[in-house]
Write a protein that binds this ligand. Sequence first.
Ligand code: C2E
Ligand code: CA
Ligand code: CA
Ligand code: CA
Length: 279
Amino acid sequence: AKNRGRNRAVKFSEEMNKEARMQLWLEIELQKALQNNGLEVWYQPKVHARDFSINGAEALVRWNHPVEGYISPAQFIPVAERSGLIEQLGQVVMREVFTTVRYWKTQGLLPGKVAINLSPQQFGNPNLIQFVDKLRKATGVNPNDITFELTESAVMSDGEHTIQMLNAIKKLGFSLSIDDFGTGYSSLSYLARFPLDELKIDRAFIKDIEEIPKQLTLIENIINLGKSLNMSVVAEGVETRQQATLLSNLDCHAIQGFHFYKPLPKNELEATLHKHNHH
Ligand code: C2E
Ligand code: CA
Ligand code: CA
Ligand code: CA
Protein backbone atom coordinates (compact mmCIF):
# COMPACT_ATOMS: atom_id res chain seq x y z
CA ALA A 1 0.00 0.00 0.00
CA LYS A 2 2.89 2.27 0.87
CA ASN A 3 4.36 1.63 -2.52
CA ARG A 4 1.10 2.40 -4.25
CA GLY A 5 0.91 5.69 -2.42
CA ARG A 6 4.35 6.57 -3.59
CA ASN A 7 3.52 5.62 -7.15
CA ARG A 8 0.49 7.80 -7.00
CA ALA A 9 2.56 10.68 -5.69
CA VAL A 10 5.07 10.21 -8.50
CA LYS A 11 2.29 10.01 -11.04
CA PHE A 12 0.66 13.13 -9.59
CA SER A 13 3.84 15.17 -9.78
CA GLU A 14 4.42 13.90 -13.32
CA GLU A 15 0.97 15.21 -14.21
CA MET A 16 1.79 18.51 -12.57
CA ASN A 17 5.02 18.66 -14.49
CA LYS A 18 3.24 17.90 -17.70
CA GLU A 19 0.76 20.69 -17.05
CA ALA A 20 3.49 23.15 -16.09
CA ARG A 21 5.56 22.21 -19.14
CA MET A 22 2.52 22.68 -21.35
CA GLN A 23 1.89 26.16 -19.92
CA LEU A 24 5.52 27.11 -20.40
CA TRP A 25 5.51 25.78 -23.96
CA LEU A 26 2.35 27.75 -24.74
CA GLU A 27 3.88 30.90 -23.30
CA ILE A 28 7.09 30.59 -25.33
CA GLU A 29 5.24 29.73 -28.53
CA LEU A 30 2.73 32.52 -28.02
CA GLN A 31 5.58 34.97 -27.59
CA LYS A 32 6.97 33.81 -30.94
CA ALA A 33 3.56 34.09 -32.56
CA LEU A 34 3.28 37.67 -31.33
CA GLN A 35 6.69 38.47 -32.80
CA ASN A 36 5.97 36.77 -36.13
CA ASN A 37 2.49 38.07 -36.82
CA GLY A 38 1.18 34.58 -36.14
CA LEU A 39 -2.21 35.59 -34.76
CA GLU A 40 -5.37 36.09 -36.80
CA VAL A 41 -8.69 37.69 -36.00
CA TRP A 42 -11.88 35.91 -37.05
CA TYR A 43 -15.38 37.31 -36.86
CA GLN A 44 -18.63 35.69 -35.74
CA PRO A 45 -21.72 37.51 -37.04
CA LYS A 46 -24.69 38.14 -34.75
CA VAL A 47 -28.17 38.37 -36.19
CA HIS A 48 -31.31 40.38 -35.48
CA ALA A 49 -33.75 38.28 -33.45
CA ARG A 50 -36.64 39.47 -35.65
CA ASP A 51 -35.52 38.51 -39.14
CA PHE A 52 -32.17 36.82 -38.53
CA SER A 53 -30.33 39.31 -40.73
CA ILE A 54 -26.76 40.17 -39.74
CA ASN A 55 -26.53 42.97 -37.19
CA GLY A 56 -22.94 42.92 -35.98
CA ALA A 57 -19.97 40.69 -35.33
CA GLU A 58 -17.63 39.63 -32.54
CA ALA A 59 -13.88 39.59 -33.14
CA LEU A 60 -12.25 36.40 -31.86
CA VAL A 61 -8.51 35.83 -31.86
CA ARG A 62 -7.16 32.73 -33.64
CA TRP A 63 -3.73 31.16 -33.41
CA ASN A 64 -2.60 28.91 -36.21
CA HIS A 65 0.53 27.29 -34.81
CA PRO A 66 3.07 26.28 -37.50
CA VAL A 67 3.22 22.68 -36.20
CA GLU A 68 0.17 22.11 -33.99
CA GLY A 69 -2.38 23.93 -36.15
CA TYR A 70 -5.16 25.93 -34.53
CA ILE A 71 -4.92 26.17 -30.74
CA SER A 72 -8.09 27.19 -28.87
CA PRO A 73 -8.29 30.59 -27.15
CA ALA A 74 -9.68 28.70 -24.16
CA GLN A 75 -6.19 27.23 -23.88
CA PHE A 76 -3.94 30.19 -24.62
CA ILE A 77 -5.91 33.21 -23.38
CA PRO A 78 -5.51 32.13 -19.73
CA VAL A 79 -1.78 31.63 -20.35
CA ALA A 80 -1.58 35.08 -21.94
CA GLU A 81 -3.42 36.54 -18.95
CA ARG A 82 -1.11 34.92 -16.41
CA SER A 83 2.11 35.71 -18.25
CA GLY A 84 1.29 39.32 -19.09
CA LEU A 85 1.32 38.60 -22.84
CA ILE A 86 -2.38 39.53 -22.94
CA GLU A 87 -1.36 43.18 -23.09
CA GLN A 88 0.48 42.72 -26.39
CA LEU A 89 -2.09 40.25 -27.72
CA GLY A 90 -4.88 42.69 -26.97
CA GLN A 91 -3.08 45.47 -28.81
CA VAL A 92 -2.56 43.26 -31.87
CA VAL A 93 -6.27 42.40 -31.89
CA MET A 94 -7.40 46.01 -31.44
CA ARG A 95 -5.07 47.25 -34.19
CA GLU A 96 -6.36 44.58 -36.58
CA VAL A 97 -10.03 45.18 -35.75
CA PHE A 98 -9.89 49.00 -35.89
CA THR A 99 -8.14 48.83 -39.26
CA THR A 100 -10.61 46.28 -40.61
CA VAL A 101 -13.68 48.15 -39.37
CA ARG A 102 -12.46 51.33 -40.98
CA TYR A 103 -11.83 49.44 -44.25
CA TRP A 104 -15.25 47.76 -44.19
CA LYS A 105 -16.86 51.12 -43.62
CA THR A 106 -15.24 52.61 -46.74
CA GLN A 107 -16.29 49.51 -48.73
CA GLY A 108 -19.89 49.63 -47.50
CA LEU A 109 -19.36 46.22 -45.90
CA LEU A 110 -19.64 47.01 -42.20
CA PRO A 111 -21.97 44.39 -40.69
CA GLY A 112 -22.98 46.63 -37.75
CA LYS A 113 -21.00 47.17 -34.59
CA VAL A 114 -17.95 44.96 -34.19
CA ALA A 115 -17.15 43.73 -30.68
CA ILE A 116 -13.70 43.29 -29.12
CA ASN A 117 -13.15 41.17 -26.00
CA LEU A 118 -11.19 42.71 -23.16
CA SER A 119 -9.62 40.60 -20.42
CA PRO A 120 -9.76 41.86 -16.83
CA GLN A 121 -6.00 42.51 -17.01
CA GLN A 122 -6.39 44.74 -20.06
CA PHE A 123 -9.27 46.58 -18.47
CA GLY A 124 -7.29 46.96 -15.24
CA ASN A 125 -4.56 48.93 -17.00
CA PRO A 126 -5.36 52.68 -17.21
CA ASN A 127 -3.05 52.96 -20.29
CA LEU A 128 -5.81 51.22 -22.23
CA ILE A 129 -7.65 54.52 -22.68
CA GLN A 130 -4.68 56.28 -24.19
CA PHE A 131 -3.90 53.32 -26.43
CA VAL A 132 -7.46 53.15 -27.74
CA ASP A 133 -7.63 56.90 -28.28
CA LYS A 134 -4.36 56.94 -30.25
CA LEU A 135 -5.44 53.96 -32.30
CA ARG A 136 -8.76 55.61 -33.06
CA LYS A 137 -6.98 58.66 -34.42
CA ALA A 138 -4.39 56.63 -36.32
CA THR A 139 -6.93 54.39 -38.06
CA GLY A 140 -9.71 56.94 -38.49
CA VAL A 141 -12.24 54.46 -37.16
CA ASN A 142 -15.60 55.69 -35.93
CA PRO A 143 -15.85 54.61 -32.24
CA ASN A 144 -19.56 54.26 -32.80
CA ASP A 145 -18.79 51.15 -34.85
CA ILE A 146 -16.98 49.37 -32.01
CA THR A 147 -18.12 47.71 -28.79
CA PHE A 148 -15.91 46.46 -25.99
CA GLU A 149 -17.04 43.27 -24.23
CA LEU A 150 -16.19 42.89 -20.56
CA THR A 151 -17.04 40.10 -18.15
CA GLU A 152 -18.71 40.66 -14.80
CA SER A 153 -15.49 39.76 -13.00
CA ALA A 154 -13.61 42.45 -14.92
CA VAL A 155 -16.02 45.21 -13.94
CA MET A 156 -16.56 44.02 -10.37
CA SER A 157 -12.92 44.01 -9.27
CA ASP A 158 -12.59 47.65 -8.24
CA GLY A 159 -15.55 50.05 -8.19
CA GLU A 160 -13.80 53.40 -8.46
CA HIS A 161 -11.40 52.27 -11.17
CA THR A 162 -14.23 50.61 -13.08
CA ILE A 163 -16.40 53.71 -13.17
CA GLN A 164 -13.53 55.86 -14.37
CA MET A 165 -12.49 53.42 -17.08
CA LEU A 166 -16.02 52.79 -18.34
CA ASN A 167 -16.80 56.50 -18.44
CA ALA A 168 -13.56 57.22 -20.29
CA ILE A 169 -14.31 54.56 -22.92
CA LYS A 170 -17.87 55.85 -23.33
CA LYS A 171 -16.62 59.43 -23.58
CA LEU A 172 -14.49 58.42 -26.55
CA GLY A 173 -17.68 57.19 -28.21
CA PHE A 174 -17.31 53.40 -27.95
CA SER A 175 -20.06 51.06 -26.75
CA LEU A 176 -19.84 48.68 -23.81
CA SER A 177 -21.19 45.19 -23.42
CA ILE A 178 -21.34 42.85 -20.47
CA ASP A 179 -20.21 39.39 -21.60
CA ASP A 180 -21.15 35.96 -20.21
CA PHE A 181 -23.94 37.59 -18.20
CA GLY A 182 -25.12 35.48 -15.29
CA THR A 183 -21.95 33.43 -14.83
CA GLY A 184 -20.03 35.84 -12.59
CA TYR A 185 -22.13 35.25 -9.46
CA SER A 186 -21.91 38.95 -8.72
CA SER A 187 -24.53 41.30 -7.38
CA LEU A 188 -26.63 43.00 -10.02
CA SER A 189 -26.17 46.50 -8.66
CA TYR A 190 -23.43 47.25 -11.16
CA LEU A 191 -26.00 47.15 -13.97
CA ALA A 192 -27.55 50.34 -12.64
CA ARG A 193 -24.30 52.07 -11.81
CA PHE A 194 -22.26 51.48 -14.97
CA PRO A 195 -22.84 52.92 -18.45
CA LEU A 196 -23.48 49.65 -20.28
CA ASP A 197 -25.12 49.38 -23.70
CA GLU A 198 -25.52 45.64 -24.13
CA LEU A 199 -25.97 42.49 -22.13
CA LYS A 200 -24.95 39.08 -23.48
CA ILE A 201 -26.77 36.15 -21.93
CA ASP A 202 -24.29 33.33 -21.49
CA ARG A 203 -24.69 30.07 -23.39
CA ALA A 204 -25.12 28.27 -20.06
CA PHE A 205 -28.68 29.67 -19.90
CA ILE A 206 -29.47 28.90 -23.52
CA LYS A 207 -28.26 25.36 -23.91
CA ASP A 208 -31.10 23.59 -22.12
CA ILE A 209 -34.04 25.93 -22.65
CA GLU A 210 -35.89 23.18 -24.44
CA GLU A 211 -35.59 20.74 -21.54
CA ILE A 212 -35.99 23.04 -18.53
CA PRO A 213 -39.14 25.21 -18.78
CA LYS A 214 -38.07 27.47 -15.91
CA GLN A 215 -34.94 28.30 -17.83
CA LEU A 216 -37.10 30.07 -20.40
CA THR A 217 -38.79 32.12 -17.67
CA LEU A 218 -35.38 33.06 -16.35
CA ILE A 219 -34.20 34.22 -19.77
CA GLU A 220 -37.40 36.15 -20.34
CA ASN A 221 -36.77 38.04 -17.13
CA ILE A 222 -33.14 38.72 -17.99
CA ILE A 223 -34.30 40.16 -21.31
CA ASN A 224 -36.81 42.38 -19.52
CA LEU A 225 -34.19 43.42 -17.01
CA GLY A 226 -31.82 44.47 -19.79
CA LYS A 227 -34.53 46.29 -21.68
CA SER A 228 -35.73 48.15 -18.62
CA LEU A 229 -32.18 49.42 -18.18
CA ASN A 230 -32.01 50.49 -21.82
CA MET A 231 -29.58 47.79 -22.77
CA SER A 232 -29.81 45.69 -25.87
CA VAL A 233 -29.90 42.00 -25.08
CA VAL A 234 -28.00 39.33 -27.01
CA ALA A 235 -28.38 35.57 -26.56
CA GLU A 236 -25.10 33.70 -27.01
CA GLY A 237 -24.37 30.16 -28.07
CA VAL A 238 -27.58 29.45 -29.96
CA GLU A 239 -27.10 26.11 -31.67
CA THR A 240 -30.56 24.99 -32.79
CA ARG A 241 -33.49 26.36 -34.72
CA GLN A 242 -35.78 25.67 -31.75
CA GLN A 243 -33.61 27.81 -29.50
CA ALA A 244 -33.56 30.60 -32.09
CA THR A 245 -37.36 30.52 -32.41
CA LEU A 246 -37.90 30.58 -28.65
CA LEU A 247 -35.54 33.54 -28.24
CA SER A 248 -37.04 35.38 -31.16
CA ASN A 249 -40.48 35.01 -29.55
CA LEU A 250 -39.11 36.31 -26.27
CA ASP A 251 -38.13 39.43 -28.18
CA CYS A 252 -34.46 39.62 -27.39
CA HIS A 253 -32.56 41.95 -29.73
CA ALA A 254 -29.88 39.79 -31.23
CA ILE A 255 -28.76 36.21 -31.40
CA GLN A 256 -25.29 34.76 -31.81
CA GLY A 257 -24.38 31.13 -32.26
CA PHE A 258 -23.33 28.24 -34.45
CA HIS A 259 -26.90 27.78 -35.67
CA PHE A 260 -26.47 31.00 -37.68
CA TYR A 261 -22.75 31.56 -38.12
CA LYS A 262 -19.49 30.15 -36.82
CA PRO A 263 -16.54 32.52 -36.42
CA LEU A 264 -15.23 33.21 -39.94
CA PRO A 265 -11.88 34.39 -41.32
CA LYS A 266 -12.07 37.98 -42.52
CA ASN A 267 -12.29 37.10 -46.23
CA GLU A 268 -15.09 34.58 -45.65
CA LEU A 269 -17.08 37.13 -43.70
CA GLU A 270 -16.57 39.63 -46.51
CA ALA A 271 -17.88 37.09 -49.04
CA THR A 272 -20.88 36.42 -46.78
CA LEU A 273 -21.58 40.14 -46.49
CA HIS A 274 -21.34 40.66 -50.24
CA LYS A 275 -24.02 37.98 -50.71
CA HIS A 276 -26.05 39.33 -47.80
CA ASN A 277 -26.02 42.87 -49.26
CA HIS A 278 -27.31 41.64 -52.60
CA HIS A 279 -30.51 40.22 -51.15
P1 C2E B 1 -16.45 34.59 -25.43
O1 C2E B 1 -16.06 36.02 -25.45
O2 C2E B 1 -17.59 34.21 -24.58
O3 C2E B 1 -16.69 34.21 -26.96
C1 C2E B 1 -17.67 33.30 -27.41
C2 C2E B 1 -17.08 31.93 -27.60
O4 C2E B 1 -18.13 31.01 -27.85
C3 C2E B 1 -16.15 31.82 -28.83
O5 C2E B 1 -15.18 30.83 -28.53
C4 C2E B 1 -17.11 31.31 -29.89
O6 C2E B 1 -16.45 30.64 -30.97
C5 C2E B 1 -17.95 30.38 -29.09
N1 C2E B 1 -19.30 30.17 -29.65
C6 C2E B 1 -20.02 31.01 -30.42
N2 C2E B 1 -21.22 30.48 -30.73
C7 C2E B 1 -21.25 29.26 -30.15
C8 C2E B 1 -22.24 28.19 -30.12
O7 C2E B 1 -23.31 28.26 -30.70
N3 C2E B 1 -21.90 27.08 -29.41
C9 C2E B 1 -20.71 26.96 -28.75
N4 C2E B 1 -20.46 25.82 -28.10
N5 C2E B 1 -19.77 27.94 -28.76
C10 C2E B 1 -20.03 29.07 -29.45
P2 C2E B 1 -13.61 31.07 -28.78
O8 C2E B 1 -13.40 31.87 -30.03
O9 C2E B 1 -12.94 29.76 -28.63
O10 C2E B 1 -13.19 32.04 -27.58
C11 C2E B 1 -13.21 31.59 -26.25
C12 C2E B 1 -12.99 32.74 -25.30
O11 C2E B 1 -11.67 33.27 -25.46
C13 C2E B 1 -13.92 33.93 -25.57
O12 C2E B 1 -15.18 33.67 -24.99
C14 C2E B 1 -13.14 35.04 -24.88
O13 C2E B 1 -13.35 35.01 -23.50
C15 C2E B 1 -11.71 34.65 -25.18
N6 C2E B 1 -11.23 35.42 -26.34
C16 C2E B 1 -11.36 35.15 -27.67
N7 C2E B 1 -10.78 36.12 -28.43
C17 C2E B 1 -10.28 37.03 -27.54
C18 C2E B 1 -9.55 38.27 -27.71
O14 C2E B 1 -9.28 38.76 -28.81
N8 C2E B 1 -9.18 38.91 -26.55
C19 C2E B 1 -9.47 38.42 -25.31
N9 C2E B 1 -9.07 39.11 -24.23
N10 C2E B 1 -10.15 37.27 -25.13
C20 C2E B 1 -10.56 36.57 -26.23
CA1 CA C 1 -17.25 37.81 -25.86
CA1 CA D 1 -19.52 35.28 -24.09
CA1 CA E 1 -16.62 33.49 -22.24
